[in-house]
Design a protein around this ligand. Structure first.
Ligand SMILES: *Cc1c(COP(=O)(O)O)cnc(C)c1O
Length: 475
């Protein structure tokens, strides 16, 4: 089994400094604990295997960690992919996740996106009745291997974070089941479409209590039973119960567990597991969050209004949610010295700031920590989902490198690159670097030649010196 998660993290911090991954020249990196991710994948598959013999596809919500090597690792651990955009589908394919282990769920799929998913055989959950109409035409036009479903919103209510509560009375997701006439319309939609064989719900994420999630799943199950009674056959053969298991950001404890949730489902929706339905799950944050850590060097320290502030390289670019909504997304900050050893000794109430140029760029305020010094390292744990993989390009701060690590029994740590750090050249390229002239000299605008005559367009060699390349013409 090797060292436990918190000691693996300590070893990795030390080794990051020792091996030069974190340095004055590269003052921020992100780490992924490979053994931890594997353990979470095994916990998930084991938890459901313990309560049902029904086939279960666990599809990782790619948005939680859109990194190809992570998707490949999960795929090898028996986990598929839930995607919600052409980009996420491309990531899943690049990782080798086969179409039959991929589920497409976006609320705004274009006709092209649907056509492509159906051609590939990727499962599709329609978000609404208009999308079902689109599917009618596509299914009639070409045969597809894609299992097709509809997302419903059981409207069971919100958790503690409104922005992540997907099953409120007015949520934008799915068909709102308790709205006037909606249930009847949904049942009829299934009766009219013999190919509609799945039912999907995702009741929430961080902040939604397990009991409320289970209630949402129960509502979907009851609807599937009602549809199948009305159809006189087992038309709905698969229930997609979504993801949403919350993450504990307060300590290293992994709670709640998949086993608890699976048992709760078995108790409250026993029919779900009796083998009549195939199951799909879509967990995201709970598979990755605890296994990611941001490491950043303290560049300077100061006091302001009497409060110590450590200015670090970890801020809004990596912890966007925490910086903008610290009440909903508190993160722990762990202090290490410049050699990556846990800092002990006298503590002080201090702020931990990021590098961005706005006053709110703080990852922790009034936090009691060993007094930080320049060159120290701060670690921000629990950032493996929806944090460093979701770069926010404020101040053109680069995407940091991400390294996977394995800590052996003897304490040695081996790193492998998961994503390279973004270079200044890449930042320029992604900021229209090859289109530098675009606004001063639109490609089709008549230009005056030096002798004052009007020309029909730009002549070769007419570019101001210093511009990299001509702006491409639209087709
Ligand atoms: C975001 C999302 C998930 C994953 O949610 P987590 O809270 O990360 O588990 C699953 N299904 C759908 C449809 C989602 O939008």
């Amino acid at each position: 089994m090797g060292p436990m998660a918190s000691s693996r993290r300590d070893l990795a911090v030390r080794a990051s400094v020792d091996q030069g991954l974190l340095s004055p020249a590269e003052p921020v990196v992100a780490l992924l604990d490979t053994a931890g991710i594997r353990a979470s994948a095994a916990a998930l598959t084991g938890a459901f295997a313990a309560v049902t013999d029904a086939p279960v596809l666990h599809a990782f919500a790619v948005k939680a960690a859109p990194l190809v090597p992570v998707l490949r690792l999960l795929h090898e651990a028996g986990i598929g992919a839930e995607v919600a955009s052409p980009g996420e589908l491309a990531l899943a394919r690049a990782a080798g996740v086969p179409p039959e282990r991929t589920v497409l769920d976006s609320p705004a799929k274009t006709p092209d996106e649907l056509r492509r998913a159906l051609a590939l055989g990727v499962a599709v959950n329609a978000d609404n009745l208009q999308e079902l109409d689109r599917l009618d035409a596509l299914v009639a036009a070409a045969p597809t291997a894609s299992p097709l479903g509809l997302r419903v919103n059981p409207q069971v209510g919100a958790g503690s974070i409104d922005a992540l509560s997907t099953a409120t009375a007015t949520s934008k997701f799915g068909v709102a089941l308790r709205d006037e006439g909606a249930r009847k319309t949904v049942v009829q939609a299934y009766l009219d479409r013999p190919w509609l064989t799945r039912l999907h719900t995702h009741t929430g994420s961080q902040g939604v209590p397990l009991a409320l999630m289970a209630q949402g799943v129960g509502e979907a199950y009851a609807l599937a039973e009602e549809i199948n009674r009305a159809a006189g056959r087992r038309q709905v053969d698969t229930l997609d119960i979504g993801g949403g298991l919350p993450v504990n950001f307060a300590s290293d404890e992994e709670t709640p567990t998949y086993a608890e949730y699976a048992r709760l489902l078995a108790d409250t929706v026993p029919g779900l597991f009796d083998g009549r339905y195939r199951l799909v799950t879509e967990f995201g944050r709970s598979l990755l969050a605890k296994h990611g850590t941001v490491l950043a060097r303290v560049e300077y320290t100061k006091t302001s209004g009497g409060r110590p502030i450590a200015v670090t390289h970890a801020g809004v670019q990596l912890a966007t949610r925490t910086v903008y909504a610290p009440g909903s997304w508190p993160l722990r900050v762990l202090a290490y010295d410049s050699e990556g050893r846990p800092r002990t000794g006298e503590t002080a109430v201090q702020d931990v700031a990021g590098p961005a140029c706005f006053a709110g760029d703080l990852i922790a305020t009034a936090r009691e920590l060993p007094l930080l010094r320049p060159g120290d390292v701060v670690a921000v744990p629990d950032t493996g989902a929806y944090y460093f993989a979701h770069h926010y390009a404020y101040n053109s701060l680069p995407r940091p490198a991400i390294h996977g690590f394995d800590a052996a029994e003897d304490g040695t740590v081996a790193f492998t690159a998961v994503r390279r750090a973004q270079t200044p050249e890449e930042i320029v390229a992604e900021a229209g670097g090859d289109l530098a002239d675009a606004l001063v000299r639109p490609p089709d605008a008549p230009v005056r030649s030096r002798d004052g005559r009007k020309g029909a367009g730009r002549a070769e060699g007419d570019r101001p010196s210093g511009s990299a390349a001509p702006a491409p013409r639209l087709p």
